[in-house]
Design a protein around this ligand. Sequence first.
Ligand code: ZN
Length: 335
Amino acid sequence: MVDQRDAVLRGIKAAHTLHRDLGVRETLERSGGGQIDVFAAIGKLGATLMFQPLDKLLGAYVPAEEPGVLITTKRTLPVQRFTAAHELGHLYMRHQPSLDDQGILRRAPFAVTTRLERQEREADAFASMFLAPAWLLALIVQRQGWAPESLAEPAIAYQLSLRLGTSYSATCHVLERHKAISRTGRERLLSFEPKKIKRALLADYEPSDWRSDVWLLTDRDEGLLIEGGRHDLFVVRLRENSSAGYLWNFDELKAAGFALVADDQEGDDQRVGAAITRRVTAQSSGRVSRVVTFKEQRPWMPDKALQELHLQYELRGPEEAGMWEPELQRVLQAA
Ligand SMILES: [Zn+2]
């Protein structure tokens, strides 16, 4: 047991050291949050990152003069990211070769009661802490204006998981580790299925595939880089001064190929001058990266916006077979 605890601590410490060495915290604090770029970190440590349609494995780490990391294409982006972080742990801590199946997802990353090979325990703890350090959690919570106790709510924990780029269950474990929730709080969160949370957000709309994520976006997300899956849904919720003639314009989203699947107003305050809340649901139709601006404007005065919301999105997940794209571009340019 002492050995297991020691392995967890070593993994956590290694994640902190690598954040510091790569300047990860400074970069994300400057940009106001976003996901930790685990794929880039693998490249920075000198390993080649490849995606392959692996059936039985989620990933593998092969140490050599030129080390390699292999990730399956057959799972969602958060699973690919977690697997990459686990393999990054093996790489950074100079472990023996490792072939990792989905056991890495089922294991509780900080538990010390089950027996596990030491390097696997180290890589599990490393992965969780590398993707979701306490300072990043604090950055997101502050930006969203969430009360600390609200992290025990499934809907909030789910939105947090999207912004961290970790699965819902991995997020629940890391919240407990950071003492943001209790052990019973974690067990309660894990008893909720993400599908149920998504269904509540989408109201009457039924997506064809419930594996797609549902982002709840508000003015708190101004300037955010949204990194997700190619069929993700956005529920955009914004105050609208419609009684003064202002309407939010979502044409840019339509022009970018999103399907607007619902457009509602919340609240029934009919008083003159009262603002209402507009709620638009849109679904991405494919792999797409773009910057969009939504404007609240009077339709007859399109040049004058009362408010604007700027979002960037990269809906690439899951990553496709081949060398990791940014690395491939770099190699091609050098050739
Ligand atoms: Zn492993």
